[in-house]
Ligand binder design. Structure first.
Ligand code: IVH
Length: 671
């Protein structure tokens, strides 16, 4: 095969896969396969640069930065939409249309989500993307072709016949998953995060350097056609959208035909209920008369069509007052500032708390107690404070300071150098951390104490009987038998399990202590290297770093843990209680774990266990449990009301399990 033919074949296959993915919503092949073909094409084009064409799938990486964007007049103006704020206004809209059309025929509408992004017009000439323009003032926009070419859901060439000029309009958005990832990167790079996906999309499109835009997770959804110079117009808007999809453009999966006003309102309720699980922000629903001849008859009034209306959804940004800031201690001791807000309705729910993440974020926002703040909430994006209304800061506004001692246990709060997150150093003594620490301590690969589930742990901690792992060994069968869901038999079993656990290994014991970053492998390595508990406890950071895989961060964590007097006391009490292990010996190498090398994601609400329990169970089998879905995710477990992560998994073709499948798997490995 000639190089030209080879290149053509690769491009055709890659375009076909893109079409399958964006227009039809299937992943025909895994991403790795797409990437392999893509690299092959890149390699061939590198050897034969004369064969590169501007519509090759490789030409999306961005080009040299521009000085400014060119102003370009729109051939067909980009109009706006009239709004309907409630049901009555939708009924009025429908009645007006019936009257103007003066017909007894039922009226069919296309109902579409109103995407909250930026309007962009794509001009294709003979099927090839020639120009992309912003809306601007509706008559003149800016030429952002270089930026738009980097958006993967914008085909550089239309599929099938598309002669003459085809002008497609739609919305550039950033989906939630990409938005959260981008903000994490911004924060890591010391840059301010974006307030919401719309701002992130807008900021990205305004970049003069399209190579930066190529790194931004932008998406394009088409919603109309403004020009067709060499093709027949179909009879309806829905047929037009079908054509647009056939060309390879992405059209929202939520678009639906509705006849009569009642169906519009039913659709509105259904989509409003689904809003939180959509992967992108919408701020309303657009109803459009389906028949294009009727659209023409109805015409326009002051820059908006009479044949369409935007039915608004509750806003996702609202202003409220910051009443106070509490510091919450999480399970790893992370001290998180939580904003207490004057309750406010945002995105359909009442919000009275929002995380402030860390002190850097507080500094960045320059937020004070008493300030009026702008709150954003959408779908499974955690409610967040995006800005402060500085002009309305009251005189008595108070600065926010990080406490020096943990509000739960009084231990020192420590912010490791170069990190943004402050932590309580209390470890095993801090009540907020106690339950999780105990659960970890008793888990199968740690001290392996049977019959001590999280519900029982919670009872023991809440009653004040158990504060640290050492207290477990002081429990009396008689007292335990009186607890909820316990009896003499189960209490006796528990005491026996505790007794049995006293005979352990140094590696298990070190792992059970729950030192941050000290997983099973590190505990094993520490035990092998030092041979005794006292040697590990006395080791300084240099000595610790001699151990395989222990770097300066982990060494620091270990030092801090053993330096904390509370932790020393708990360890002494555990040894006093009779815990023993052979010292000065090498432990047997670890067996291969069943889920080694796999990455899992948990989403939604599980009914049989908490997500934390599921995570621990999966980790105990060797799996990595991640917070975000990618093409490398092995399995996504979706509980009740799973949101954007489930959608993302479906988009990427990642295997999705129900909770019952997970329970079956865990049962299989339970001894
Ligand atoms: S149709 C002449 N459909 O909403 C009517 N607009 O106020 C042209 N938008 O900035 C618009 N989703 O970018 C239409 N499904 C949708 C839409 C949509 C979002 C935006 C559009 C424009 C604004 C109109």
């Amino acid at each position: 095969m000639s190089v030209t033919a080879q290149i053509a074949k690769l491009r055709e296959q890659l375009e076909e896969w893109s079409y399958q993915y964006y227009a039809l919503g299937n992943s025909e092949v895994p991403d790795a396969e797409y990437d392999r073909w893509f690299r092959e094409l890149e390699a061939l084009e590198a050897k034969h640069p004369e064969l590169i064409t501007s519509d090759s799938p490789t030409q999306r990486v961005g080009a040299a930065p521009l000085e400014s964007f060119q102003q370009v007049a729109h051939q067909v103006p980009m109009l706006s939409l009239g709004n309907a704020f409630d049901e009555q206004e939708v009924r009025d809209f429908h009645r007006r249309i019936c009257e103007l059309l003066d017909t007894s025929e039922p009226i069919t509408y296309v109902a579409e989500p109103k995407l909250d992004g930026l309007a962009v017009s794509l001009i294709y000439r003979d099927g090839t993307l020639a120009q992309a323009l912003t809306r601007g003032d509706g008559h003149t926009g800016e030429d952002i072709t270089q930026n738009v070419r980097t958006i993967k859901s914008v085909p550089l060439r239309l599929r099938g016949a598309a002669p003459g000029v085809v002008e497609v309009r739609g919305e550039v958005v950033m989906q939630h998953a990409g938005f959260e990832r981008l903000n994490e990167q911004q924060i890591e790079a010391g840059l301010p995060p974006f307030a919401n996906p719309r701002n992130a999309a807008a900021g990205s499109l305004r970049q003069l350097d399209s190579r930066v835009v190529a790194q931004r997770p932008l998406d394009f959804f088409a919603y109309s056609v403004a020009q067709l110079t060499a093709m027949e117009w179909p009879a309806t808007h829905s047929a037009l959208l079908a054509q647009v999809r056939d060309w390879g453009l992405q059209v929202s999966q939520e678009v639906k035909l509705c006849t009569g006003v009642e169906e519009l309102l039913t659709y509105y309720s259904a989509l409003a209920a689904k809003r939180d699980v959509l992967p992108y922000d919408i701020d309303g629903i657009v109803y459009k008369v389906d028949r294009l001849d009727w659209q023409e008859d109805l015409g326009y009034v002051s820059r908006a069509p009479r044949w369409a209306v935007a039915h608004k959804l509750p806003v996702q940004e609202e202003v409220t007052t910051l009443l106070d800031v509490d510091f919450q201690v999480g399970r790893t001791g992370a001290v998180t500032p939580v904003a207490r807000l004057k309750p406010v309705q945002v995105g359909g729910v009442t919000v009275s708390n929002a995380t402030l993440h860390n002190m850097d974020e507080i500094k960045r926002l320059d937020i004070h107690i008493g300030d009026e703040v702008v709150l954003y909430r959408a779908g499974d994006v955690i409610p967040k404070i995006v800005s402060v209304v500085l002009s309305r800061r009251p005189q008595e506004a108070k600065a926010i300071t990080l406490p020096t001692a943990c509000p739960e246990c009084g231990s020192e709060i420590f912010t490791p150098e170069g990190e943004a997150i402050a932590r309580c150093t209390g470890g095993l003594i801090c009540p907020a951390q106690q339950k999780e620490a105990l659960r970890h301590f008793v888990s199968r690969r740690a001290m392996d104490i049977d019959g001590l589930g999280i519900k029982l742990i919670a009872q023991l901690v809440d009653k004040g009987w158990v504060k640290s792992a050492a207290d477990l060994y002081q429990l009396q069968a008689g007292a335990v038998a009186g607890l909820e869901r316990m009896g003499p038999k189960s209490a006796e079993n528990l005491i026996q399990a505790l007794e049995k656990s006293k005979n352990t290994t140094l590696a298990r014991f070190l792992y059970a202590l729950g030192i941050r970053e000290v997983g099973e492998a590190t505990a094993e390595a520490l035990a092998n290297h030092f041979g005794s508990l006292s040697a590990v406890m006395q080791a300084d950071e240099d000595a610790l770093q001699q151990v395989e895989d222990v770097g300066p961060i982990v060494a620091g964590r270990i030092r801090h843990f053993f330096a904390e007097p509370h932790n020393q006391a708990v360890i002494a009490a555990l040894l006093d209680a009779g815990i023993h292990f052979p010292e000065g010996e090498f432990n047997a190498p670890q067996e291969e774990q069943p889920l080694e090398g796999q990455t899992w994601v948990l989403t939604g609400t599980l009914s049989e266990m908490t997500r934390g329990e599921a995570k621990e169970a999966l980790q105990a089998l060797g799996a990595k449990v991640s917070g975000s879905v990618s093409k490398r995710t092995h399995i996504v477990v979706a509980g009740e009301a799973a949101g954007s992560k489930l959608t993302r998994a479906q988009e990427l073709g990642v295997t999705v399990w129900e909770e019952s499948q997970l329970l079956d798997l865990l049962a299989q490995y339970r001894e």
